[in-house]
Design a binder for this molecule. Structure first.
Ligand code: DGJ
Length: 778
């Protein structure tokens, strides 16, 4: 709800309030963001009372008010040259230089905001406030836009700049939002990483100075995700004040947090000013991407849930949000590019037996693509590998009750390809120096209309010709060699993104029933912009379950489980060369859109039975996992084990996950405090049954066998393939209040001295899932 009380603007969501005002000189002052506060007629209480200027301040207009200094006030937008020495949110170069003084002109409230034409936007009805400001002298108009998503407790913002002067002006920086506020001893939580170790949590106490989280790779990047949080010192997953921010944009971005001399925090996010400029001719305008922000007074989990709900209800394509994410078998780690039709068929056959639903044919199906040096760009099927073409393999999948999905990397080209031979001028590179490549490939210049049209028609042609239900859209390198070509170099990065959004919009529109998975060497482009077109994103090329606990925990701070694509992969991780049992691999991967990515023919009969049980469990609880509220309770990096929970919106059921790190000696009895349930309701709590491989117990088997066996010998290996040892049984009936207050004690862990059907023998990287279901109200 948007309210205007005199010159104060009050934006209310279900649980939060945001207040800013127009100052006597027409500047916009940020005044409050926090828990919901009630309306009153006079908002003098929230004014910053500055009755004497700090020494060495520049006074804005000392004839009218000797105390008015922009440096000391909290500002909604900051420009250059009138006494605010913190980082400006807008920098525009005009004939005069960089001076800009934005003065309030008026506002409009629209009952329903209109989605942006060329940038990803949320959907659905939401009230919009447009504040118009104009430079005191030049005819440059800046509009600050606020969209209120009451239901999901999110405020969406962006900035529009319109040049009404007679001259060209150049935008050198435009933040989508700025917010100044008092420092609550904040810590900044951001997600950093690289290939295979995306979304690592970085937690930094704010110290005076500027903290910059950004990407310069051309995409939102695996280096620094655009999402970040500011949480009060000591705030935890379920306690304390927390502000979270994100940007609906997939290109170079920046997030700035500045702790200034007045102990205030300035927050900005938007397109990265690095190598960016945008010239506006008279009457042209520039629209920034949308930034989103939310507030929680109950720790970081609640802020994450606000963003998850926002993404589910407003960002993901409306037609796909209620669709179950399919259970995938992907052939990448099973075969890489070295496959034959008969190998794929054997994988599909086995996938059907296990109950999987979608076969996704990954890279290597086209052109001369037998390794990553050739063929990218030529999407004509490789008949040597697939003699019956895409038709043959897709029909075979369908015959085996699996839908068919296909991999593309449409933004890229190998120099050794027919596409490059035909259009060497379509790539991003300088005309006067040799290009640098990534994974032997070049980036197509999506700022060019003809490249956009080519990609739309070549991808659509394939999608129209075969029964394709799923597209994995990959992008495997950063952008380099940007130079002035059809556009000034400062515009290329942003125009690339606009070109990509145009392509995706067109392809989405024509194929609304296809599930789209985004990918960029894993999570190198995991952001809100992409989620407007891709229903889910391949989280990381690192499929090792232990690493994934951390990666998924990082991404889940910002993005809902249904968007995290996770696969169970080979027993020995290809990335870490670490072996982890299939149950832990499943227990981790099932917190998202689940798939398998391995040679399914390698399972022993015992493993096959366990995998079938996993798939059945996932199908039974898919709705809870993909649509419930996700809570993190303990972190694997700061505690010996991680704890996650997903709880249905109606609190009637939940799953608790317990992931062990390294096994410790003498583990203590654990009392676990759950969250999100109903205090008064009665719940059943039951472990998902798992089994032990006899080999887990090594030479100890000799303690119970009447004869001696070699723990690594033929007999044990044969038993291990066919027989398993049942895991512990654990179930209770108890109240929500008992579950949430730590009254439940889990079974004792393995102590090294005995074993029976009550012992929770986890071992290194062992894990359990517990299913919790409401039976009745007390
Ligand atoms: C990178 C992706 O992240 C992988 O899953 C796989 O699709 C390869 N690209 C294929 O080249």
């Amino acid at each position: 709800m948007i309210k205007v009380i005199e010159k104060v603007f009050k934006l209310d969501t279900k649980n939060s309030t945001y207040v800013f005002r127009v100052s006597p000189f027409g500047h916009l002052f940020s005044e409050y963001y926090g828990d919901y506060i009630s309306d009153v007629d006079n908002f003098d209480f929230s004014k910053e009372k500055i009755v004497c200027p700090a020494g060495s301040s520049v006074i804005y207009d000392d004839e009218k008010d000797g105390n008015y200094t922009l440096d000391q006030y909290s500002l909604e937008v900051a420009t250059v040259g009138k006494g605010d020495y913190k980082t400006p949110s807008i920098i525009i170069k005009t004939k005069e230089g960089y001076l800009l003084d934005l003065i309030y002109q008026g506002y409009e409230i629209h009952p329903n905001f209109k989605p942006l034409d060329n940038l990803p936007s949320p959907h659905g009805d939401m009230e919009e406030l447009v504040i118009s400001l104009k430079d005191k002298v030049l005819d440059i108009v800046v509009q600050l836009i606020y969209i209120v998503d009451e239901e999901n407790d999110v405020i969406i913002r962006n900035t529009r700049i319109i040049n009404h002067t007679d001259e060209k002006i150049t935008i050198e920086k435009v933040a989508s939002m700025q917010l100044d506020m008092v420092n609550h001893d904040f810590e900044m939580v951001s997600l950093y990483g690289g290939w295979g170790f995306e979304a690592q949590k970085a937690i930094a106490k704010l110290v005076p100075g500027i903290y910059m989280n950004d990407s310069k790779t051309g995409s939102s990047s695996n280096r620094h995700n655009p999402f970040f949080m500011l949480k009060e010192k000591d705030a935890s997953y379920s306690y304390g004040r927390c502000y979270a921010f994100n940007l609906m944009y997939s290109g170079n971005h920046f997030e700035l947090v500045e702790l200034s001399s007045f102990h205030k925090v300035r927050i900005q996010t938007g397109i990265n000013p690095f190598c960016f400029s945008s010239a506006l001719a008279p009457n042209e305008e520039f629209i920034s991407p949308l930034a989103v922000m939310t507030y929680s007074s109950k720790g970081t989990n609640l802020a994450s849930i606000h963003f998850h709900d926002f993404i589910k209800n407003r960002v993901i394509r409306p037609g796909s949000v209620n669709k179950d994410r399919p259970l995938v078998i992907n052939n990448w780690e099973a075969t890489y590019m070295k496959f034959t039709e008969s190998k794929l068929k054997s994988i599909i056959k086995q996938a059907q037996k296990l109950g999987l639903e979608m076969f996704v044919l990954d890279d290597g199906w086209f052109g001369r693509r037998n390794d990553d040096t050739k063929g990218l760009g030529d999407y004509n099927v490789n008949k040597k590998k697939l003699p019956h073409g895409l038709k043959g393999i897709s029909r075979y999948s369908n015959k085996k009750d699996l839908s068919f999905g296909l991999w593309f990397e449409p933004e890229m080209v190998n120099m050794d390809s027919a596409l490059y031979e035909a259009h060497p001028d379509w790539v991003i590179c300088s005309s006067i120096r040799p290009p640098s490549k990534g994974r032997h490939q070049m980036v197509l210049d999506l700022s060019k209309r003809e490249v956009q049209e080519y990609i739309i028609s070549s991808v659509n042609n394939i999608l129209d010709s075969y029964p394709i239900s799923y597209v994995k859209w990959d992008m495997n390198r950063h952008i380099s060699d940007v130079s002035t070509s059809s556009y000034e170099a400062g515009e290329i990065y942003h125009r690339y993104m606009l070109g990509l959004y145009h392509i995706l919009e067109k392809i989405n529109l024509m194929h609304s029933d296809i599930t789209f998975e985004g990918c960029s060497s894993g999570g190198n482009r995991f952001d809100l912009g992409m989620l407007a077109y891709f229903d889910q994103i391949w989280t990381s090329d690192d499929t090792d379950a232990y690493e994934r606990i951390n990666i998924q925990s990082g991404y889940a701070l910002a993005y809902p489980l249904r968007c995290l694509s996770n696969h169970v992969s080979a027993y020995k991780s290809h990335q870490l060369l670490r072996s982890i049992n299939f149950d832990t691999k499943f227990n981790v991967a099932c917190f998202g859109a689940l798939g398998y990515e391995m040679d399914l023919s390698t399972f022993t009969p015992a493993e096959e039975k366990a995998i079938k049980a996993q798939i059945a469990f996932y199908k039974e609880h898919r709705d809870l996992i993909q649509n419930g509220d996700f809570y993190q309770l303990k972190d694997i990096k700061t505690s010996p084990y991680a704890l996650w929970m997903v709880v249905s919106k109606d609190k009637k059921e939940a799953i608790l996950a317990y992931f062990n790190g390294l096994q410790i000696m003498n583990p203590s009895i654990e009392d676990i405090c759950l969250v999100g349930l109903e205090n008064d309701a009665l719940y059943s709590f039951e472990v998902r049954s798992q089994v032990h491989d006899i080999k887990e117990f090594g030479g100890l088997v000799n303690m119970i066998l009447p004869f001696h066996v070699n723990e690594r010998g033929f007999l044990i290996n044969t038993i291990s393939k066919h027989k398993t040892i049942p895991g512990e049984k654990e179930s209770y009936i108890l109240s929500g209040s008992a579950l949430m207050n730590g009254a439940l004690k889990l079974n004792q862990q393995w102590m090294g001295t005995g074993f029976n059907d009550q012992v929770r023998a986890l071992g290194d990287f062992g894990s359990r899932l517990y299913y919790i279901r409401q039976i009745d109200k007390q």
